[in-house]
Design a binder for this molecule. Structure first.
Ligand code: ATP
Length: 453
């Protein structure tokens, strides 16, 4: 299984309506993609699976949905204004700009000129003006990670939910980075979504929690159909660590273009809470933080027994939604040679991720009795709230099967003339292509079982 090339996935995504180039009718905008009718379902299902695993399965994890535009002071004190940059070089010959690590043998990758500038830092944050007058002074950043608003809301969440350590705050949302070289479809884009957990722990227990989260995240990806055998753990070397990190383990996946990061799990220590806190001198902060005269809040938690204020350490599993979608599409993609000599393209998506859970197909197009029975069944299945169920009134069973195989629909249910007599329908399984006859009133239970399997 898996696609042979990225192009196969790109073509499927466009053909079937998963992902389109953004602003395509005007030539597109580099590093931006739009999710189509099936893409939005797949994406929502993946985000829901993460939210369930984090927030609903753990009573010590709360959710958050914070603003995207960020007060510059937040990103100043988080260290992003000074350090969130990639070194890059300009080609003086063709004016192309490259990330320094992509330039081999000091030659411009485009025109091969060796007339290049020295590497210079390029800040990756997008800025926008706020308010009616663009005077350059009132601006905000589009957040480069969702994490900072979790830190700045730390006290709000603690005070409103009465949490004690260890506990976490989870958030899913857009992040923006002005990547110098967006590439490889939705792998490296300028606008993307992250699923981030900030898990606050007692200092000293951080290393143990870090290892626990690495294991737990690998297991979660397995549950989404990305097997451990396609993943590698990468211990980020000291000189490549982000400015806030004591240790980072990246979960790497074999994307069609190579092995690259799918999720990063960082030990951010007490750097962020310490950085955003007032009266830093009164607290024990181990990280090297910038003095903060602007914050009016103490981002610490009081130990119930000793009454001492503690600045927690933070373990952060940070996963990219878009990279997750790419990995899942790649893992589930298969082109099969059938005995008939024909090819069948199938997405073996885990049923909970499938954009469409079941297609109900009347054998004959526009036949009143068949369509009415199919429509009643569709309504009953839709009410189960398992995800989208469609009525496929095309009259072409073969074509419907092919389409639903290719978009990963687990079950196709055909309503034929026997259904009108015996009250049962034919259910075809996407993966085995086996068909079985099931009584209409048992189909809701059948579908529920398949989707929750
Ligand atoms: P990379 O080294 O590939 O640039 P990173 O280490 O900068 O990634 P993090 O800051 O750890 O990435 O962000 C956490 C997650 O957010 C990544 O594991 C990835 O899934 C996602 N992500 C980061 N940058 C992008 C991007 N430009 N496009 C799509 N997803 C991204």
């Amino acid at each position: 299984m898996t696609a042979k090339t990225m192009d196969e996935l790109v073509a499927l995504c466009k053909r079937r309506g998963f992902i389109f180039q953004s602003g395509e009718i005007y030539g597109g905008l580099q590093g931006m993609y739009d999710y189509g009718p099936l893409g939005v379902e797949l994406k929502n299902n993946l985000k829901r699976a993460w939210w369930n695993a984090m927030v609903y399965e753990n009573d010590n994890i709360e959710g958050l949905d914070a603003a995207i535009l960020s007060n510059p002071l937040v990103l100043k004190h988080s260290g992003h204004e000074d350090t969130f940059s990639d070194p890059m070089v300009d080609c003086k010959s063709c004016q192309a700009r490259w990330r320094a690590d992509l330039v081999e043998d000091s030659k411009c990758p485009a025109c091969k000129s060796t007339d290049l500038t020295d590497p210079r830092p390029f800040n990756l944050m997008f800025k926008t003006s706020v308010g009616p007058v663009d005077d350059g002074k009132s601006f905000a950043y589009l957040r480069p990670e969702t994490a900072q608003q979790i830190f700045t809301n730390f006290k709000n969440v603690v005070d409103s939910t009465a949490k004690s350590l260890p506990f976490g705050i989870a958030q899913i949302g857009k992040a923006f980075r002005n990547e110098i070289t967006p590439r490889n479809f939705i792998f490296r884009v300028r606008e993307f979504e992250q699923m981030e957990l900030e898990f606050f722990v007692v200092p000293g227990t951080d290393e143990e929690w870090h290892n626990k989260w690495v294991k737990s995240r690998v297991n979660w990806w397995e549950d989404q159909g990305v097997p451990e055998s396609s993943l590698e753990l990468y211990e980020v070397p000291g000189d490549e660590l982000a400015h806030y990190s004591k240790r980072t383990v990246d979960i790497m996946y074999k994307f069609p273009h190579g092995v690259e990061e799918l999720e990063g799990i960082a030990n951010r220590t007490d750097f962020d809470l310490g950085s955003h806190t007032k009266n830093q001198d009164e607290l024990e902060i181990s990280a090297d933080v910038m003095p903060n005269k602007a914050s009016n809040s103490k981002l610490a938690i009081q130990d119930i027994e000793t009454k001492k204020w503690v600045v927690p350490y933070v373990i952060e599993p940070s996963a990219g939604v878009d990279r997750g979608i790419l990995a899942i599409l790649n893992e589930s993609y298969e082109v099969q040679e059938l005995d008939s000599g024909k090819e069948r393209t199938v997405l073996h998506l885990k049923p909970h991720l499938s954009p469409i859970k079941a297609a109900v197909i009347p054998l004959k197009k526009n036949n009143e009795d068949l369509v009415k029975t199919a429509s009643d069944l569709k309504k009953a299945l839709q009410k189960l709230n398992l995800g989208r169920v469609v009525l496929e009134n095309s009259g072409n069973i073969g074509k419907s099967y092919r389409r639903h195989d290719e978009i990963g629909t687990p079950l196709c249910i055909t309503i034929d003339f026997d259904t009108l007599e015996d009250g049962s329908a034919t259910i075809r399984d996407r993966d085995s292509m086996k068909q079985e006859r099931v009584s209409l009133d048992l189909i809701p239970e059948y579908l529920t079982k398949v989707i929750n399997s």
